[in-house]
Design a protein around this ligand. Structure first.
Ligand code: DP6
Length: 339
């Protein structure tokens, strides 16, 4: 029997992925960039056991047994096995997958990215696969390909119809900008009304703004934010991050029927951040919102205390505040046993 256990981080995009050009292969219409958050508060953890004695394949998520036949899970397993040396004994053994997300207060953050990144990474360890695997994590959930790496990560949309070049690469490691912090303001921890998958499908089918974004906006933003990250230019980083979140949500409103993810509290947080930045005479804090009302705040360590006290004063009713002391190191394997 062979057992591997791995962890993978959650990532928060600063240039958003929204819209696919290929639903099956999960190929995006534009590049995106994110930071992988330190795994001290929140991460996905997966243990995979392979044994010649297992009669069938099994999958548990957060303690509940799941079907093994979901198309995204099957696609990941098929793609990993296609890269495995068929002569390895474990290639023919059945497997048991146990995945869990250690999310403390249902933080309302996308769990699928960390979950699929962890699953694919653990499978790669099990089958002793070296080399690129972010294209396989992408088959589980697009944003999962970015969680394969720590630090600052870019998902290149790629041009090939096979998706072979739609992969993630690291722009800068976690310790490149050690003062960077992330705070998640949990506005609501309920399940969202429309998933990212269905929301972005509707957008691609009905929005005209999204074409403007893909053609005229994202490439320049990718260049600007990469430069800002490499030069540790927080002002430029913050402005680009906020503009890109706003554009993604404008496109969601341009979808028909509209996908409304932000609520009144989210908009009040946006206003608070802009007032705070005006008072501080510069872009000291940046918000970004994914497919839900919770705000992810990027800021430098020097700003944390003051900003949190303002948030606590203005929004005493928030469902939670998660504080990340930096970015994640590369994915790691915690344990490996051959029994
Ligand atoms: C708003 O990766 O969850 O978080 O590829 O359909 O699984 P699928 O979608 P998913 O979408 C994430 C969208 C986002 C923006 C981002 O993370 O870039």
């Amino acid at each position: 029997m062979k057992v591997v256990t791995c962890v993978a981080p959650v990532n928060i995009a600063v240039i958003k992925y929204w819209g696919k050009r290929d639903e099956e292969l999960i190929l995006p219409i534009n590049d995106s960039i994110s930071a992988s958050l330190s795994t001290d508060i929140m991460c996905a953890k997966t243990t995979i056991m392979a044994s010649p004695l297992f009669k069938e394949n099994k999958f548990w998520l957060n303690g509940k047994e799941q079907t093994f036949d979901s198309p995204r899970l099957s696609n990941c397993i098929k793609a990993i096995r296609a890269r495995c040396d068929g002569a390895l004994p474990q290639f023919t053994w059945n497997i048991s997958i146990c995945s869990e997300n250690n999310f403390p207060t249902a933080a309302g953050l996308a769990s699928s990215a960390a979950g699929y990144a962890c699953l694919v990474y653990a499978l790669a360890q099990l089958y002793e696969i070296k080399g690129e695997i972010s294209d396989i994590a992408r088959l589980g959930s697009g944003s999962a390909c970015r969680s394969i790496y720590g630090g600052w990560v870019q998902w290149h949309k790629g041009d090939l119809p096979t998706g072979a070049d739609s992969i993630a690469t690291q722009i800068a490691p976690a310790d490149h900008w050690p003062e960077m912090r992330i705070i998640v303001l949990v506005v609501n921890d309920c399940r969202k009304k429309y998933s990212s998958t269905s929301g972005m499908k509707k957008t691609t089918e009905t929005s005209t703004l999204i074409q403007h974004r893909a053609k005229n906006v994202v490439d320049q933003r990718i260049k600007t934010i990469t430069k800002a990250i490499l030069n540790k230019d927080f002002e430029s980083f913050a402005e680009t991050t906020m503009k890109d979140s706003n554009q993604m949500h404008a496109i969601c409103m341009d979808t028909f029927p509209p996908c409304v993810y932000m609520n009144d509290t989210s908009h009040a947080i946006v206003n608070l951040v802009h007032s705070y930045n005006e008072y501080r005479k510069g872009q000291k804090v940046a918000y970004t919102f994914d497919a839900g009302p919770n705000a992810c705040i990027y800021l430098l360590q020097s700003e944390v205390e003051q900003f949190i006290s303002v948030v606590n004063y203005v929004f005493p009713q928030l469902a939670g505040v998660e504080y990340y002391r930096g970015l994640s190191l590369p994915n790691k394997q915690l344990d490996q046993k051959i029994v």
